[in-house]
Every structure is written in C-alpha cells, then in structure tokens.
Design a protein around this ligand. Structure first.
Ligand SMILES: [Zn+2]
Length: 255
C-alpha cells in the first residue's frame, strides 16, 4: 500500500486546488495520506479535511520553529486534539538549530513535552531534526517510551543509529532523488520494517518534479529511488512501507 506519511496539505499552497491535488493523489495509486498539522490552527484545518475524506488522517503538534508558542494552554489544546481518533501522531516536533526561529531552551522544552504526550497517549511523534543531531538523540534516549519517526531523514548516521537502537522509524522524502543526496547508507541501514515514505509537500518535490510544488502522488518517485538503492522490487518496498505506516499510525479502515 503506497502511503504518503507526511504532507502539509493544510498549507496555503494547496488552497486553490486541493480537490484536484487529491484526485491526482488517488489516481497515482496512493492509498492514504498523513496530513501534518504543524500548529494548532493547521491541525484544525487538517481535521476538517479528514472529516470530508476518509483516506486522510492527521497529526497535531507545535513545530520547533514555533516552540516559543509552547504554553500550558497550548498543551491543553494539543492534548484535546490528540484525543481525536483521526489524529494519529504528535508533531511535527523536534529541534531546528539551522534556523533557530525559537530559542533553543524553548525548543527543548516543547520537544520533551510533546514526546511525553506521545508516550502518554500511545501515538507516535513525528520528529523534525536539523543540525541538532546530538541533542535530538539525547532527548530520544531520555524518552524511550515514545515511538519516534525521524521524518525527511537527512541527518547523520549517528542519529540514525541512535533512533534504530530504540526501534524508531525512519522516513525518506524526495530528497533521496536529489543530485546532492549522499545518504544511501541510511536507506540501506534502516531495516525494512522501520522504513517509511513521504513527500513533505509542498516542499522537496522529487526529480523529475524538482522546483515544482510537491504533492502526495509524487511519493511514488521516492519509493522507486529507495527500492533501487536497496535492490528490491518497488512493489515489495511499497508493501513493506505500507505495512509499517499502518502499524506505526495504527491505521484502521475507519481511522
Ligand atoms: Zn514537514
């Protein structure tokens, strides 16, 4: 089952033509899409979309860029969203020391609190990690009860291995098709039962769509590249990653 485990369909980039984007998505053979709610408002919008389309499920979280917005009220609102059966994961959360849009201590605080929520509610956490490998690994080690998804993986092998030791999942995006991609080892080292596929639309459109707006139907190009690196038939890769997505997000025919 081909599943895009990470697309920001509530982003304004899709406002003008969402029905057409979804039509192309299903036509491309994508069975489910996980719509990322990277803020409380986006999570609300994503839930409204999912109410109208059973093949969509959503996440809810506060992105590390916005960690400065973390508060008791935000946590209470997030907890309420996460109780919704169509909200299948916390996130995205994590650390971004490249942009540093929020002070690092606040990024730490929001990340740890969201991992605690994930563990408490039994839902995985979608992790954004940029130029913060050691801190992310240390925090994941300190919160072993939360299941993590290292999303759009482009970190170092140290963080990959730290995550795999904890039996976390690793998700690859269209970056794997880029000329400057240099992490085929990460694709090979991730066990087949921990691998996930994503687009991370509207960003990071895979070759041959590079530079365009990304959309869930393009996840097939990610699958083809990952399968080629691993030397297995693409249908086998799609079946395995689809099972993984159903397992980690606890997808059921009615969620
Ligand atoms: Zn994302």
């Amino acid at each position: 089952m081909l599943i895009d485990t990470h697309c920001h369909l509530a982003d304004p980039a899709y406002v003008a033509d969402l029905p057409q984007v979804l039509e192309r998505t299903w036509h491309a053979g994508v069975a489910r899409v996980v719509v990322i709610g990277e803020s409380l408002d986006r999570a609300d919008a994503a839930l409204a979309m999912a109410a109208a389309e059973p093949r969509l499920v959503v996440t809810a979280g506060i992105h590390p860029h916005d960690a400065v917005q973390w508060s008791g009220d935000a946590e209470a609102s997030l907890r309420q969203l996460l109780r919704h059966p169509r909200v299948v994961a916390v996130g995205e959360t994590g650390l971004d020391f490249h942009y540093d849009h929020s002070p690092r201590p606040l990024q730490h605080q929001a990340f740890e609190a969201q991992l605690d929520l994930a563990a408490e509610l039994g839902k995985p956490a979608v992790i954004h990690a940029r130029e913060a490998d050691e801190d992310v690994a240390a925090i994941l080690n300190a919160h072993p009860r939360a299941t993590a998804i290292l999303h759009s993986f482009s970190s170092g092998m140290g963080l990959l291995r730290a995550g795999l030791v904890l039996r976390h999942y690793v998700s690859f995006s269209g970056m794997v098709t880029f000329k400057n991609w240099h992490l085929d080892d990460a694709i090979r080292e991730t066990p087949l039962d921990r691998l996930l596929l994503e687009t991370d639309g509207p960003y990071l459109a895979p070759v041959p769509h590079r530079g365009q707006r990304n959309e869930p139907g393009f996840v097939r190009q990610v699958a083809e590249r990952v399968a080629a690196v691993r030397g297995i038939p693409v249908e086998e890769l799609i079946a395995a990653t689809g099972e993984n997505a159903q397992r980690v997000f606890q997808l059921t025919p009615d969620s």
